[in-house]
Design a protein around this ligand. Structure first.
Ligand SMILES: *Cc1c(COP(=O)(O)O)cnc(C)c1O
Length: 371
């Protein structure tokens, strides 16, 4: 199912090490720089490093790499939500209309209704499968999430961008589920891409992180200014861990996508499973769109069991698949999304994130769990 990554975009470009040299005696990877304060004599604008909230060498190294993968200019944040908010407030004003997916990551919807609506932004929602037909007249900012979490519906980014341009609407894509090695929204014409790197991009379940990337440098500058003014900055250690995690994203995604397709195929043939959603399944409703715009179909599956008790038994009896929220890590994880009370899914629906375990072990574990 893997298709080749776009030209010239290996993660492992030696120039990303320290940004300039391949000289003997230099390390492969940049080390974290722990500094709030730099020596700063005279004119503060004469040097790049002045104060820790303004810049950090680790952010810059990771931003160079992410920017190259996204095809734009990247700005890093301490979490996916910090990155998401940096694509909302700086681009909206009271009186503006924001159109959000009704079935996307719920915290973004809660933020919009609890903080943006009282500020005067009109917040509208539409289910992902219906957004392609939505009226964009008067919409200032269109937020897309494709594949959506947890429903795994996909929308045609390019087609929506064309309609949004005509309406003067800014397009932001939450690309968390796909990662830049699975899908590049900026190349499809989106204005901004946001990612919770907490998930597959870092992939080791040990860091919260996020980034924004923009095609227009003026947009990137606005996002960076928001970070500086609000102090929404990632720590040097977290930045370094994400840089380290990112080195293996290509091989992790390759393994996770292959495993996910095999697990999806196995599960839907099982008599205790009512339905499986995975954009990589050839007859999935999202497959045609996914095939057009994704390089890889990712690690996430939506599994609807025949009843609630089977869903519980699957979670309780699996040993390799751990019951946990979040997704995209090297370990397989799963949960009933209904337990949070925010997603319109039944209790027998389980979101399954397939990890990098040997496939035979995963299949044996599921076989034992479903008995
Ligand atoms: C997890 C997630 C976020 C938020 O990321 P955090 O790092 O938890 O703040 C945003 N969007 C999507 C699609 C997510 O899955």
């Amino acid at each position: 199912m893997d298709r080749p990554w776009s030209p010239g975009s290996t993660i492992l470009d030696p120039a990303d090490g320290d940004g300039e040299s391949r000289a003997s005696g230099t390390p492969f990877a940049p080390s974290p720089v722990f500094a709030s304060t730099y020596r700063l004599a005279g004119d503060p604008h004469a040097v790049a490093m002045q104060y820790g909230r303004f810049a950090n060498a680790g952010w810059q190294a990771l931003e160079r790499l992410l920017g190259r993968l996204e095809g734009g200019e990247a700005v890093v944040f301490p979490s996916g939500m910090a990155a998401a908010v940096a694509c909302l407030n700086p681009f909206l004003a009271p009186g503006d209309v924001l159109l959000l997916p009704a079935d996307g990551y719920y915290t973004i919807r809660i933020y919009a209704t609890q903080w943006l609506a009282p500020w005067g932004v009109e917040v509208r929602t539409v289910a992902t499968p219906e957004v392609e037909a939505a009226d964009l007249a008067g919409v200032r900012l269109l937020w897309l999430e494709t594949p959506s979490n947890p429903g795994l519906d996909c929308v045609d980014i390019g087609a929506l961008v064309a309609r949004a341009r005509a309406a003067g609407t800014l397009v932001v894509v939450d690309n968390t589920t796909a990662t830049p090695l699975g899908q590049t929204p900026l190349a499809l014409g989106a204005d901004l891409v946001v990612s919770a790197d907490t998930k597959a991009l870092n992939g080791h379940s040990d860091v919260l992180f996020g980034h924004v990337a923009a095609r227009d440098p003026a947009h990137a500058e606005r996002v960076r200014q928001w970070r500086t003014l609000t102090g929404s900055i990632p720590g040097p250690m977290e930045t370094w861990l994400v840089q380290r995690g990112l080195m293996t994203l290509d091989v992790r995604l390759e393994r996770m996508s292959t495993n996910a397709l095999a697990v999806a195929t196995w599960l839907r043939a099982h008599p205790k499973v009512a339905a499986v959603r995975y954009p990589g399944l050839p007859d999935d409703p999202a497959h045609a769109v996914a095939l057009r715009q994704m390089q890889r179909f990712g690690c996430l599956l939506g599994v609807t069991f025949v009843d609630d008790a089977t869903a519980r038994a699957f979670l309780e009896r699996s040993t390799l698949i751990q019951e946990a929220t979040s997704f995209g890590g090297v370990h397989s994880t799963a949960e009933q999304r209904s337990r949070w009370g925010h997603d319109a899914v039944p209790a027998r629906f389980v979101r399954l994130s397939v990890g990098i375990e040997p496939l035979a072990d995963l299949l044996a574990d599921m076989e034992a769990a479903l008995g």
